[in-house]
Design a protein around this ligand. Structure first.
Ligand code: RIB
Ligand code: CA
Length: 313
């Protein structure tokens, strides 16, 4: 089977790290062309560092890491150290990375790659704010039509928001970027909070990852223990939502997910609801669908997949 070529644009973040580990554990299905750091959970200097830590932890220091946007297109930077810790990968003690980031900027890498690879063969996987993607599309409008699709973690509808009552973090940090990407015409698969809030790191699920017994699995368990504490406190749940690996799991087992084609618009005008993803789930607006919005997931199937692939690292 031909491997699927992917670019992961990300703001690690412990859950981003889990997603990258899932991708690295699936080399027969996925070819990671590059990892692009964006400012989000923590500033760019940390998201770049964190990407290189994950690569070295997984024995993948051959992977190319690129640095992208330092801040959102127009709005002040918002970060999430309250969830992810000062570094973004708090919870596990790991050495500073020795591998360097690429000299080429992530935006130029995205443009060059989509222009070089045959049309319809590269999937953009976004796990953070969409600043890099929107910047690349603005600089090279031809590339949105060359990607196979964009699979993203972001937004929320029936679940509302997590950084404000109306907005999910990735969209809230750069709503203008999200608005541009949803208007670009690129085929989008959206993993909103409505899906990721079903993916809870319960004790039973984390115990199966811990039972793998390898160093990568142990570090992931330590990261999850730190990452989940904020949401356990907030939601009173058994475990916290493991957002970002849903994007990679969709590439590997799309049958785990179900949703429908909807129109999605991004609120950018109202300070009360800025960053809200207005999902026309019941098709009342007459606006054209521009995304496949997922709403349901087989959570046990997702964690079985994640555990099985992390065990391969
Ligand atoms: O709202 C959850 C999203 O924001 C996840 O991608 C998490 O890593 C943060 O980036
Ligand atoms: Ca993220």
């Amino acid at each position: 089977m031909e491997r699927r070529k992917i670019i992961i644009d990300t703001d690690p973040g412990q859950d981003d790290a889990a997603a990258i580990m899932l991708a690295f554990g699936s080399p027969d299905e996925l070819e990671v062309l590059g990892l692009c750091a964006v400012a989000g959970n923590v500033p760019l200097s940390f998201t770049s560092r964190n990407l290189r830590i994950v690569c070295e932890l997984c024995g993948r220091s051959d992977t190319k890491v690129y640095e992208g946007a330092l801040k959102p297109l127009n709005r002040p930077q918002v970060t999430a150290e309250h969830v992810h810790g000062r570094t973004g990968l708090d919870g596990a003690e790991l050495p500073e990375p020795t591998m360097a980031a690429q000299a080429q900027n992530a935006i130029d890498f995205i443009i060059e790659t989509l222009r070089r690879e045959p049309a319809g063969t590269v999937t953009l996987c976004t796990l953070g704010p969409l600043t890099n993607i929107a910047t690349a599309f603005a600089r090279a409008p031809d590339i949105a039509g060359r990607a196979k699709e964009l699979v993203m973690m972001g937004g929320g509808f029936f679940e509302g928001g997590n950084i404000t009552p109306a907005a999910e973090f990735n969209i809230y940090v750069d709503p203008d970027a999200a608005k541009a990407v949803f208007a670009s015409g690129i085929p989008i698969v959206m993993m909103p909070l409505d899906v990721t809030h079903q993916l809870l790191t319960t004790k039973a699920r984390v115990a199966k990852i811990a039972a793998i017994g390898t160093r990568p699995a142990q570090v992931l368990v330590e990261w999850l223990a730190f990452f989940e504490r904020f949401d356990i406190e907030k939601y009173g749940s058994d475990g916290g939502p493991l957002h970002d690996p849903s994007v990679i799991a969709y590439l590997l087992k799309p049958e785990l997910f179900s949703g429908r084609d909807c129109n999605v618009e991004i609120e950018t005008g109202s300070e009360l609801t800025v960053g809200m993803t207005v999902v026309d789930w019941w098709r009342v607006s007459g606006r054209q669908p521009n995304a496949k919005v997922m709403r349901h997931v087989d959570a046990d199937g997702f964690f079985d997949l994640l555990t099985e692939r992390v065990a391969r690292l």
